[in-house]
Design a protein around this ligand. Structure first.
Ligand code: 5AD
Ligand code: SF4
Length: 479
């Protein structure tokens, strides 16, 4: 399985304007049906979009909502008042799938109460045929599924259901790029910008290459045009997204991620740029140079380590060693001494011995990340690691996981304390949860910063002075 390459898949292609316009016509048909029934304006039917999983799913949901609006729906946050419920699922760990299935199960009563309700399920979970089949078989109130490459076909799917053409559970859309799909963004000042889709890496534990297909890059022109529009619409914090942004452009031939981010950072406007995710095997010196010279690119790098043991890294098919990884950390810190670092770590990968786990702990002590996202290994059907015979017993993984959290919490607290007394430029993002007199914002590091402020500052950059540090957040006062 690890040997799969681009050569045995159909070449990714940008969908033609006609294909997209065909979908827009289906959307018009759906909107016309609502209109005929007098469901316009205040009485327009509601659509509820529920998102699980990563930022790529968040970005996809903005297009899902954009298409729903094109079909004459108004977006709601309350599933109970929705005529169209679209669930965008994740498959990266079993827990995510269980959660999505349980929520979908809860929507049965909404369909029972109102047979007009249409429930559709998309995302990585249903892009696996066995899950699509399971929904078809055991969730009769679900009308259709749409795979990650077929979001643009939502109008056709909804029109089909309204026309009584029957439930649809086909997955297997070709890896493609659909440009020109409208997006609905709830917050103008924070934006996701997908630069590429899919992944070619086949890390042995990961389902993503199977659910999102091969890497395909959007053109720099399309990305720059979207970035310009976002900035014009008030975006202050833009995250360039891809499963492995550092391989951006390989399929286009003559451009790199470093060149792309440099071009976006050179656009006019007061905004800052982030990016994720970077595979350590592809993190380039060129990218580090571009970051260091460019004030608009935040001083934060998310660089998933996964494991600090070369033995496990090799079994994970990660294609770097712990030493090579640490070399990148050194380069980043020598170019930008105060950079914040974060990482993803998997605990209890098959065959992880005590010494392998200790090697990961050593790397945490050595790198001193600002934050880590740690996960207990979850076998994913169809991936090579799920077939490995030396699975680690759950109680051992859990004990290791807890030790790791305790160590990282100490490190995170110490790292956060370096900010105390400093002045930072922060984007005010929202009213603080649990304290309506405060606003929460973020600087370069993704750590939330809470400070007393008028809610009117939300969406703007403000200067604050950090007064105290916690393990997971900072307190500040506005200057
Ligand atoms: N089990 C546990 N964690 C996983 N991840 C990906 N696949 C699995 C899995 N099967 C983690 C990796 C990745 C993050 C997004 O999710 O750490 O970087
Ligand atoms: Fe999964 Fe990321 Fe590895 Fe791709 S690079 S296979 S998305 S963990």
């Amino acid at each position: 399985m690890n040997t799969q390459t681009t050569s045995n898949r159909a070449a990714p292609r940008e969908l033609s304007r006609e294909e997209i316009e065909k979908q827009f016509r289906y959307a018009e048909q759906v909107a016309a049906i609502h209109k005929q029934n007098g469901r316009v304006g205040e009485s327009a039917p509601r659509c509820f979009v529920q998102t699980f999983g990563c930022q790529q799913n968040e970005a996809d949901s903005e297009r899902i909502a954009g298409l729903a609006i094109l079909m004459g729906y108004t977006i709601t946050h309350d599933p109970a008042e929705a005529k169209l419920i679209l669930v965008n699922t994740c498959a990266v760990r079993e827990h995510a799938e269980k959660k999505a299935l349980s929520i979908i199960g809860q929507y049965k009563h909404l369909k029972d109460a109102d047979p007009e309700v249409i429930i559709g399920v998309g995302g990585c979970m249903v892009t696996q045929q066995h899950r699509a089949d399971q929904l078809k078989r055991s969730y009769p109130y679900v009308s259709f599924v749409f795979d990650t490459a077929s979001i643009h076909t939502l109008p056709e799917l909804v029109a089909g259901i309204l026309a009584g053409r029957g439930r649809k559970f086909f997955v297997g859309g070709e890896g493609n790029i659909a440009e020109g799909i409208p997006t609905h963004r709830e917050i103008a000042y924070k934006a996701w910008l997908s630069v590429m889709y899919g992944c070619n890496n086949f890390c042995s534990y990961c389902i993503v290459p199977y659910t999102r297909g091969r890497e395909r890059s959007r053109t720099p022109d399309a990305i720059l045009a979207e970035a310009r529009q976002l900035i014009a619409d008030g975006a202050k914090d833009i995250t360039l997204l891809g499963q492995n942004v550092n391989s951006y452009g390989r399929d286009l031939g003559d451009t790199t991620f470093a060149e792309l981010i440099d071009a976006v950072a050179n656009l006019e406007g007061d905004f800052r740029l982030r990016f994720m995710t970077s595979h350590p095997k592809d993190a380039s010196d060129e990218l580090i140079e571009v970051m260091a010279k460019n004030e608009k690119i935040v001083r934060h790098f998310h660089l998933p380590l996964q494991s600090g043991s070369d033995n496990i890294l090799s079994r994970m098919n990660r294609r770097y060693t712990a030493e090579k990884y640490y070399g990148i950390v050194e380069k980043l810190r020598s170019a930008m001494p105060d950079i914040s670092l974060s990482s993803d770590i998997i605990v209890g990968f098959p065959g992880e011995r005590s010494e392998d786990f200790e090697a990961t702990m050593d790397m945490l002590r050595r790198v001193r990340y600002d934050a880590i996202f740690s996960f207990i290994y979850s076998p994913r059907k169809g991936t090579p690691a799920a077939e490995m015979t030396d699975q680690v017993p759950h109680d051992i993984s859990t004990a290791r996981f807890e030790r790791m959290l305790a160590l990282q919490n100490e490190i995170s607290l110490a790292r956060n304390q370096r900010f105390v007394g400093r002045e930072l430029r922060v984007l005010a993002e929202e009213i603080s949860h649990g304290d309506a007199t405060k606003v929460t914002g973020r600087g370069d590091s993704p750590r939330p910063i809470h400070f007393a402020a008028d809610p009117g500052v939300i969406g703007q950059f403000v200067n604050v002075k950090i007064t105290a540090a916690d393990t997971f957040s900072l307190s500040a006062e506005q200057i």
